[in-house]
Design a protein around this ligand. Structure first.
Ligand code: TYD
Ligand code: MG
Length: 459
């Protein structure tokens, strides 16, 4: 048998080199060569030989569109992000900061699946069996029948999968797994990619659902340049501030369901508990309205949520800072320019800090209006009116653009007792629409109009 060798493949252009080089010989990019296993020529020939006698291509309309079979995990908020449950042969990548609750959630899910009669396997590479057992006691799962394997070598894990034939397996974490065929250290891009590829193949061939746990690196990508996201069927990320008890699990990619759906959990003494009605958890409790705070209705997946945006504008030094937590920083710079040009509010010599309360990340542009109103409020030192909400995208020309499903957002705000809303004109409900009792809705077309309106409302 030909001996397996390593080659170094450029992550930019795919060029190869037999040894590691700082610069790709093919495209000249720096630090892009990554170790991978060289396939023996015989293996390559076999691959093509296997492809040759394939079935003729059928007409799309004649191919039966089989719905995938899902097994609910029994944890409603997790099932929501998975699109209904785990899928046979499906591979899920779940990422998040260390300590955010990945192992906790997956252990709870495996135990529920095991109790529902499925064969499961929990492969732990980060903790010993004793540590996992300790966690399970804490979670109140003293009688858990989930088989635990403490192993980090890929070949042994694959053997265990083949032998135990679990229907659902968790690999915690993919960064600790290593293959003997590669010389690079566990956690390196080469190892992570190679191991994930083998595990994915094992899932597809055996029909087992496999969940890979991945740590998010400082840059926010899983193990290097998001190497795994394209390989797997579903990508979930944990979000939330580890100091608060709420955790969000967001689907970034899902071949079997909707993306951007979120599941909301609270970390308790006994593990993660689903929060089925999360719309008000990201509001902080002010006894009196305070300057620089504006509540926004954001639509996460299928549920509207109210999130408080806070801004602090303060005299800066020679090069004022712009900092945002949970919101896009480039977008903040753009919004400040819009505020200056169209509403004549200048922050050029001010530090501007913006924060979405509770560690939630807001990517949708519908947050723009609330961010701008919070900044303007902080700058003036005047709070927004009591019970105030806003949403809407703000364009470079100063126009306030509608947000998707505005009526739903407004209904949620009315339900939670908010009194005043400023919204894009196209989102304002028709005169006869119900469900907004107690909420006065002010439609606007432009940012300067919104700023002026807020001024007159808080007089
Ligand atoms: P963990 O699942 O180990 O995080 P990850 O696998 O993402 O690194 O979560 C650990 C944190 O959760 C830790 O700070 C303790 C806390 N925790 C609870 O608050 N309650 C519990 O019941 C458990 C098991 C953990
Ligand atoms: Mg863990």
């Amino acid at each position: 048998m030909a001996k397996e060798r390593s080659v170094y493949v450029c992550s930019e252009c795919g060029g190869t080199s037999p040894k590691w080089l700082g610069k790709c010989p093919a495209c000249g990019a720096w630090n892009t060569l990554v170790e991978s296993v060289a396939e023996a020529p015989a293996a390559q020939r076999h691959r093509f030989a296997a492809l040759a006698p394939s079935a003729p291509v059928a007409v799309l309309a004649d191919i039966e569109a089989a719905e995938v079979a899902r097994t609910p995990t029994g944890i409603a908020e997790l099932d929501r992000v998975l699109g209904g449950g785990v899928v046979d042969g499906g591979v899920v990548l779940i990422g998040g900061d260390p300590g955010i609750g990945k192992s906790t959630l997956l252990l709870q899910a495996l135990d529920a699946l095991q109790r529902a009669g499925m064969a499961t396997l929990y492969v732990t590479g980060e903790e010993s069996g004793a540590q996992v057992a300790l966690r399970s006691r804490r979670l109140g799962l003293e009688r858990s029948q989930v088989p635990v394997l403490a192993e980090i070598q890929l070949e042994k894990i694959l053997a265990a999968l083949a032998e135990n034939r679990p229907q659902v397996a968790v690999i915690d974490s993919i960064q600790t797994v290593y293959s003997e065929q590669l010389t690079s250290a566990p956690g390196s891009v080469a190892q992570v990619r190679e191991c994930a590829a083998h595990l994915t193949r094992a899932a597809k061939s055996s029909g087992a659902a496999i969940v890979l746990v991945g740590h998010v690196t400082k840059e926010g990508a899983i193990a290097g340049p998001r190497v795994l996201e394209h390989m797997v069927d579903t990508v979930l990320y944990f979000e939330g501030d580890t100091h608060s008890s709420f955790r969000l699990v967001r689907a970034i990619k899902n071949r079997f369901g909707a993306v951007n759906e979120i599941g909301v959990f609270a970390m308790t003494e006994r593990g993660l508990k689903g929060v089925s009605n999360p719309s008000a958890i990201f509001l902080s409790q002010h006894s009196q309205p305070v300057p620089g705070s504006c509540v926004l209705v954001t639509l996460e997946g299928t549920r509207p949520m109210l999130v408080e945006v806070q801004a602090l504008v303060d005299a800066g030094g020679a090069s004022p800072r712009r900092l945002s937590v949970g919101l896009d920083r480039d977008r903040l710079a753009m919004l400040l320019a819009v505020l200056h040009r169209h509403a004549a509010i200048a922050c050029a010599d001010q530090d501007v800090f913006v924060n979405a309360v509770g560690g939630v990340r807001i990517a949708e542009p519908a947050a723009d209006l609330a961010v701008l109103l919070a900044i303007a409020s902080s700058l003036r030192g005047r709070p927004l009116p009591r019970g105030f909400v806003a949403f809407g995208e703000v364009g470079l020309a100063g126009e306030v653009r509608p947000a998707p499903r505005g009526q739903e957002r407004l209904r949620e705000a009315a339900k939670l007792g908010f009194a005043t809303a400023i919204v894009p004109r196209a989102n304002a409900p028709k005169a006869n629409a119900g469900g907004f009792e107690g909420l006065t809705i002010h439609p606007v077309d432009r940012i300067e109009q919104a700023i002026e309106l807020v001024r007159s409302l808080s007089e």
